[in-house]
Design a protein. Sequence first.
Lengths: 113, 114
Amino acid sequence: AQSVTQLGSHVSVSEGALVLLRCNYSSSVPPYLFWYVQYPNQGLQLLLKYTSAATLVKGINGFEAEFKKSETSFHLTKPSAHMSDAAEYFCAVVSNSGYALNFGKGTSLLVTP
Amino acid sequence: DTAVSQTPKYLVTQMGNDKSIKCEQNLGHDTMYWYKQDSKKFLKIMFSYNNKELIINETVPNRFSPKSPDKAHLNLHINSLELGDSAVYFCASTRDRGFTDTQYFGPGTRLTVL
């Protein structure tokens, strides 16, 4: 079954520091992977997605992620954290059925001044 | 205009009651979904409809019944509510049933069962 594991339920960084949120996937077929962000009391919003084109994917708000097949990883990075980046981040993979997403358990990002 | 809207935003009710949550999308999408987000923020797919046809029905108690009167609406009716049903329920839509499509989420409905 297609699944993702997010390492670290909480990550804290200082404003201006590098953001690294980890996601490893398990998939029996070439995966399609996504990162979504959820701001407090809001629905989820797509940050970026990997659909087997370029392995380095750029998304909104300065985020990017690199697909590494050898490491079965799809980690999310941003060079310099802003206070407004504080949110819950979800990694997801297309499900077995192909018609929905299986989400990881989320990583809460805290940005301190 | 809100792309995916849900009503109500908050729902507080007693155990045993029956309640409905409504979802509407104005994006012209063909596929809609219901997800449940538990207290630990874990999101799980419940149902998916494509053009009013059920295409995903995960292991969900049959107290939960989705209804799609047209492709712009997907409502969720819950019978005999239980404490464990307390969660945030998200509606989402995609342009079609393709698995690479971006999912557009509604703002969520926070259900509290007392």
